[in-house]
Design a binder for this molecule. Structure first.
Ligand code: ADE
Length: 234
């Protein structure tokens, strides 16, 4: 099995990259900014990690960069499974806590509205399938599952919250549905594993809380991802 992780930021990926001693394949996606890290080829087992790269003096985040990286990875690497892993916002009143790691049981967009046309509105929200064994992985690793909703902004606008509440969203990110969208087109299964950096129902600034908790959440994520790889590639 070949697993390809799509991880937006270097800080989110680094503890995982360090744990597996994967090597960067310099220029693998040139001229695209996404970066590839791979294990030495072992018969029947391979781990690739793709990060989104940088632009405008920051790591790329968001749906466009995630879509570009996912398509480039699928076309170049032909993985059997894509895993989008990274940080997210969540709600304390729904049981979330900083550093808690979840597996997605479903994924959709929350900020693509087409009022007046039900079919386009449905297309906008997406609701893509996740890998059929996602629940089994969560159970085996004693992780909770939840619905990921994706938007292009870190902040939470009231019109997005209406959709998130209506649809039962529990984990808010900026890449998951974009990765799942590309995987749905390419026919590649996708699993999402997310670690909480900030609580959407707390009064503190989202960006400051995100930055403060990024290291801890990424360490927890790497611990879980080591177990996921152990489970799937053993
Ligand atoms: N990634 C981490 N926290 C997030 C949030 N609150 N919204 C979107 N993406 C995030």
């Amino acid at each position: 099995m070949h697993i390809c992780y799509i991880i937006a930021m270097q800080a989110e990926a680094q503890p995982f990259i360090d744990a597996f001693h994967v090597k960067e394949q310099e220029g693998a996606f040139a001229p695209l900014p996404c970066r590839l890290y791979q294990t030495e080829a072992e018969v029947g087992k391979k781990l690739s990690i793709v990060t989104l790269g940088r632009q405008h003096d920051r790591d790329l985040v968001g749906c466009e960069a995630a879509s570009v990286a996912t398509l480039a990875a699928i076309e170049k690497l032909h993985p059997d499974l894509v895993i989008n892993s990274g940080t997210c916002g969540a709600w304390a009143r729904k049981g979330a806590d900083i550093g808690k790691v979840y597996v997605a049981d479903s994924v959709m967009f929350h900020d693509r509205r087409v009022p007046g046309d039900d079919a386009w509105d449905t297309q906008g929200l997406g609701n893509y399938p996740v890998w059929e064994h996602s629940g089994e992985v969560a159970r085996k690793l004693s992780l909770e599952t939840g619905k990921v909703t994706t938007g292009s902004s870190l902040d939470l606008q009231p019109c997005d919250e209406v959709i998130i509440e209506r649809e039962g969203g529990e984990l808010k990110d900026m890449e998951g549905a974009a990765v799942a969208f590309v995987c749905s087109l390419a026919g590649v299964p996708v699993m999402l594993i997310k670690s909480v950096t900030d609580l959407c129902d707390a009064s503190a600034s989202t960006l400051e809380t995100f930055q403060k908790n990024l290291y801890q959440a990424s360490e927890h994520l790497a611990e879980v991802n080591r177990k996921v790889v152990g489970l799937l590639l053993s």
